[in-house]
Design a protein. Structure first.
Length: 283
């Protein structure tokens, strides 16, 4: 659905490019993530793809068609959830959605009431957005992005500013959109968000892609092929996964006391990122 070849972008006042020859593709129905620290180029790449930044070098195809050949109908095909909420504060939540729905062909937008119910904000539908918390504005951001049923969705830090309960709900909604066949491009510095949502991730640092693969593949590749066993009496020991069922030392160890925990020792996605790039994911 999205093909990017040798993408280079430089802001006019900068001495060096922000994006340095990026190559990646996103399949139809895939959740793909850019994982990297702030300033790495994540948002810039999305802005090029949803056409708020021009003057790039390289080739971009969307659904088999060059990005430069798409006219205004392109914006019916995509939905964008920005990192920072940008609403009309004096309007109500409902008025905001109705205003943006008016930009699309008649009958294209989903019912406003249904969208507010989906993110547990029906009680706030007629409140001015200036009275919303940041988390409520982020949820309004989300439903505004999906209201016209786009084929491609761009989400920049989709769980930023959300409490754990609402963050979980938004992530589940994104997975539901994937099940509907939507193509979803997520950018985040949050390892848990990327791990839970993405079929594949690309590590981006200083405008370059350092690695691209499925999170589980990366974690297995850079983790230890071993388990750590903790017994109820406090004893702990590490054993290799290979031949574990016939490992007499392991079998003898777990007979000493009741087993409290057994953990595989695969690396976390953040640990993999640090190993590959030498940088932290912190903001």
């Amino acid at each position: 659905m999205i093909q990017v070849e040798n993408l280079v972008f430089q802001y006019p006042k900068n001495d060096t490019p922000t994006l340095k020859s990026l190559n990646f593709e996103i399949s139809r129905g895939e959740v793909f993530g850019f994982l990297g620290p702030s300033g790495a180029g994540k948002s810039t790449a999305q802005k090029v793809l949803y056409k708020t930044l021009s003057g790039y070098e390289g080739n971009i195809k969307i659904d088999g068609k060059d990005l430069t050949d798409w006219d205004s109908t392109y914006f019916e095909k995509i939905g964008v959830g920005f990192e920072l909420p940008n609403h009309y504060l004096k309007l109500t939540g409902k008025e905001n959605l109705e205003l943006f729905a008016s930009f699309y062909p008649d009958g294209k937008a989903k019912k406003v009431e249904t969208l507010f119910e989906m993110v547990d904000m029906f009680d706030a539908i007629n409140q001015p957005v200036e009275a919303y918390s940041k988390g409520m504005k982020m949820r309004l951001n989300f439903i505004r992005a999906i209201q016209h049923d786009p084929d491609i969705l761009f989400f920049d830090e989709p769980t930023s500013g959300l409490d754990p309960v609402n963050a979980h709900k938004i992530k589940q909604h994104i997975l539901d959109l994937k099940e509907q066949g939507k193509t979803i491009f997520v950018t985040t510095h949050n390892m848990n968000t990327a791990d839970e949502l993405c079929d594949r991730v690309a590590f981006i640092v200083d405008g370059k892609l350092e690695a691209t693969d499925a999170p589980k593949t990366l974690k297995a590749q850079y983790g230890k092929k071993a388990i750590n066993v903790l017994l109820q009496d406090g004893q702990t020991e590490e054993f290799p996964l290979t031949g574990l069922g016939n490992n007499e030392v392991f079998l003898a160890f777990i007979k000493q006391a009741e087993v409290k925990k057994i953990h595989t020792m695969e690396a976390s996605l953040e640990e993999v990122f640090i190993k590959i790039t030498g940088q932290s994911l912190q903001v």
